[in-house]
Structures are given as C-alpha cells and as structure tokens.
Design a protein around this ligand. Structure first.
Ligand code: ATP
Ligand code: MG
Ligand code: MG
Ligand code: MG
Length: 471
C-alpha cells in the first residue's frame, strides 16, 4: 500500500528524531522580526539567528516540516504553478539542521539512508549535484552512496549556492534529483533540458558556512552547519508512483472537491484551472491562518493576488457563485491534523475567502469581457497595451500579474512601461484632486468607492520597503 502524505511527513520526522534531532514545530509563514523577507520560504528561516550565533538553543540538531510560501521576493514560484509538475505557491519543506554539530559527511549519509532504506527509493534513479569546486562532497557521494561519477554533476551557478535572500546565512549545496524516466521530457541538471520535469530536484543539502551582508560581502559563520530542505509533495509524488505533484493523494482530494462543487471534470483545458485552484486555496488558507488578510499593500497584496488568480480560474470553470470557501473544509480535514492553526482558523478562512470572492465577482465578469475584447485580434508574440492593463487593474481589480497570467496562454505579454505610465498619470490626477478639493470628506468618499469596486493600489510587492510598513 502507498504511504499517504501525512505518513511520509511522519517518517521523516521520526527518522531524524531517532538520530538525535529535536522535533521543532513549523514557524509562521510571516517571519517574525525579519523585515527583509516577504514570507517564510525555507526551513532555515526560523533558525537564521542560530546559524549566525546570535541565538542559542538547548539543542544542536533539529528537524522540522516547515510551511513555506514562495510567491514574492527572491524565491517566487507563482508563475510556475499550473505550468510545471513540481511547483506550488505553498509547500511543506522537510528539513534536518545541524547547528555547528555535524557537517557534510553525516548530512549526506543521513539523507542517503532515509531515501534508500526508510523510503525505499530506487538508487538507480537518484543523482546528485555538487558545487563546482566541492571535491569533498563529490567524493562523499562516491564513498557513502556509491554513486558513479557520471551521476554526480558539478554545477557552477547559483543553483548550487543557496541563500535565503539578499542577506543572511548561505553556502554551497548539494542537490538530489530523482529521474522519473525517459517518457518525460527533460534532462539532468547542468544540461540544456534541465528545466523539464524528468529529473526533479527533491532535496537540497546546504553546507551553511557564510553570513551575507547587504553589500554582498560574506563572513564565515562561527561554525559550519547544515540546513536541508526536501519538498514533501515532490517526495510524495515519487513514493506514490506518480510524476506530477498534483496527482498525489492530498491534491487529488482537493481537486475532487473542486470538481464536485463546479460540476466540471478535471481534464483538458480545465485541468490546470482545478490545479491552480487547489494550490492557491492552500496558500491562501495557510496565510489567513497565520494572520495575513487581503489588502492593497505588502503581504496582504500578495495574498489578494493569489486569491484573485484562483478566483479567475473558478470563473473560467463557470462557477456561478463564490467557490473557494466551499473547498476550505476539505483542506482543513486533510491538513488540520498536523497544522492545528488551520483548524482553529477555519471560520475566518471561510469568511475571508467568501468576502474576497464576492467582492471580486462584482467586476470580474466585466473585466474578463474587456480583456477578451482587447486581445481578440492579437496573436502569439503580440503585446497588449498598458492602458488596458491599467484599466483592468484600476477599475476591475485585476492585479497586473493576473492579467499577464491570463494572456500568457495565447503567447501575449503586457506593455508594462505603458502600464506604469498610466499608473503615474492616475496618481498625478489623484494628487491634484486631493489638494484641489481641500475636502477631506470627498477624498474619503473617493477611497470608499475605490474600495467597493475592489480596485487596488499598486505597491511593489517584491520590495522590502513595501513590506516593512505592514509589520
Ligand atoms: P526548483 O529548482 O525545483 O525550483 P529550488 O532549488 O528552488 O527548487 P530549494 O530552494 O533548494 O528549491 O528548496 C529545497 C526543496 O524544496 C527543493 O529541493 C524542493 O524539493 C522543494 N521546493 C522548492 N520550491 C518548491 C515549490 N515551489 N513547490 C514545491 N516544492 C518546492
Ligand atoms: Mg526554485
Ligand atoms: Mg533548484
Ligand atoms: Mg534547490
């Protein structure tokens, strides 16, 4: 029988507990005391200060299953969802950590034994990459795992030098890939076809050695440490004998709920819509559970963008009324056992999803009509004018990335310079009106109207300054 997602998570935590690791709970998706980071994007985030030596813990080995969101900032996978077999906006990162305790040899040995013994993966399908000049790691893969040299690739680029963001702990890494077989397009890392989904990266072992400061200089950490991250959904796909992450048990359950609620089968053009809805439902719900609410700036705007992207797909499936909140109980039933916060927040997740979808639906249909008209005569490679994109944004509440995503399938892009110009012109008009009227009441009313139609004020969501004031 196939292990479930919940069992695979437990096997990982039990394995490292047995090896003397403290089992630590996932930290919040909103990083505490870290204005440099949009959302928690890796397991090491909660241990950042332990690596640098600024904080000590009563243990020097830890293991976690960390909630991660990659939808903004340095690691942004929003545009991959629905297009690759392996990316989510929300995913769980399984990790083991050594704070100045063990280093490369033990990290590789732990990983190899878990994969090939406890998980029972086929050795012949595994391969590794190492940082270009890391002879030590190269030799360890030969010695410990018995990998032939042809299955250990030396990589020069940033793929094998991991960092959380522009600052913080970082170091060279070794990544483990699983070969799903030659019936799937793609090539091993380091080849031109590596972005295909045949060889899927399942685990990254980072040799934490440096702390990077804002000016790019790196100083050595007090002690060499280990930080690893394995994608739970990716290893589940392998263990459940499927290729695509969206075919694992959890996603099949979510997609089934979406199919039942819409009456639309998960096939053909509708399949990506169901997948995107399942993915975005998860990230939205977990973000809401961690206290993020949809808004027009910073983290709240990223949440709004994710929600509205899903809501456009609900519309494409022909949903006549708000859909997402109806699927939330299924998610809570599946994941609330391990993540109690999801269960506790269930009512507020449902409310938030329903309100946002009701609100966006007031303009969504008309926006889609405008979008269809504006792109009807365009063909592959054409550019849609920025003014229309701005109108969609300003009047119909379509975040720019939603519009870009909506027309990407036709091979179209948006003239973003034109969008910015229209935005600037709007702001100038707004300022003139503001000083001209001198009436506070009038401006307040203007904002209320804007609010009611769901238009959003653009704030550079990848910018640190934009995040700083939501804290
Ligand atoms: P990829 O190259 O496939 O985008 P990555 O190198 O960006 O992955 P890491 O930063 O090394 O990923 O994160 C550690 C692990 O977390 C990866 O090996 C992978 O298993 C998992 N992972 C990373 N991003 C995602 C995602 N968007 N969805 C699901 N799992 C992910
Ligand atoms: Mg990535
Ligand atoms: Mg990678
Ligand atoms: Mg990686």
């Amino acid at each position: 029988t196939m292990p479930s997602l919940n069992q695979i998570r437990q096997t990982f935590l039990d394995y490292f507990a047995k090896q003397g690791h403290e089992v630590v709970s996932s930290s919040s998706l909103v990083p505490h005391n870290d204005p440099t980071l949009m959302f928690t994007n890796a397991g090491m985030v909660q241990f950042k200060n332990v690596f640098t030596g600024a904080e000590t813990r009563p243990y020097n080995r830890a293991t976690t299953s960390q909630k991660c969101v990659r939808a903004g900032g340095k690691h942004n996978d929003l545009d991959n969802v629905g297009y690759t077999a392996r990316h989510h906006t929300f995913f769980e990162m399984l990790g083991n950590f050594s704070f100045g305790n063990y280093f490369k040899a033990e990290a590789i040995e732990f990983a190899w034994n878990l994969m090939t013994k406890d998980y029972g993966l086929d050795k012949n399908r595994l391969m590794a990459t190492v940082y270009i000049d890391d002879d030590e790691a190269f030799d360890l893969w030969k010695k410990i795992a018995g990998l032939p040299e042809s299955k250990i690739a030396r990589i020069a680029g940033s793929d094998n030098f991991w960092s959380m963001g522009d600052t913080g702990p970082c170091g060279p890494c070794t990544e483990i890939f699983y070969d799903h077989g030659d019936h799937i397009w793609g090539g091993p890392p380091g080849t031109p076809e590596e972005d295909g989904d045949r060889f899927v990266e399942i685990w990254n072992l980072v040799f934490m050695q440096f702390d990077q400061s804002a000016d790019g200089t790196r100083v050595s950490l007090p002690k060499p440490s280990i930080d690893t991250g394995m994608g739970l959904e990716r290893v589940a796909a392998v263990l459940q004998g499927v290729h695509n992450n969206y075919d694992i048990d959890l996603f099949q359950t979510l997609i089934k709920a979406s199919v039942e609620a819409t009456g639309v089968k998960a096939e053909g053009d509708n399949l990506p819509s169901h997948r995107v809805i399942a993915d975005h439902l998860r990230s939205s719900s977990f973000l809401i559970a961690d206290g993020v609410t949809p808004s027009n700036e910073g983290r709240g705007y990223v949440l709004r963008r994710i929600m509205r992207r899903a809501m456009r797909h609900a519309y494409l499936l022909g949903a006549q009324e708000p859909l997402l909140h109806k699927l939330a109980p299924t998610l809570v039933a599946e994941m609330g056992g391990h993540y109690g916060e999801l269960k506790r927040a269930e009512a507020s997740i449902i409310d938030t999803l329903r309100q946002e979808e009701e609100r966006f639906r007031r303009t969504l249909g008309r926006g889609m009509t405008l979008l269809d008209e504006a792109t009807r005569d365009l063909k592959d490679g054409d550019v849609m004018n920025g003014e229309t994109a701005f109108k969609l944004y300003d009047t119909y509440g379509f975040p720019l990335d939603l519009t870009q995503d909506a027309i990407r399938g036709k091979g179209l892009t948006v003239d973003t310079a034109g969008f910015d110009t229209a935005m600037e012109a709007q702001k100038t008009r707004g300022r003139e009106n503001w000083t001209g009227s001198g009436e506070k009441a009038q401006s307040a009313e203007w904002f209320t109207i804007k609010d009611a139609i769901g238009a959003s004020d653009f704030v550079g969501y990848d910018h640190l300054n934009a995040q700083a004031h939501v804290q």
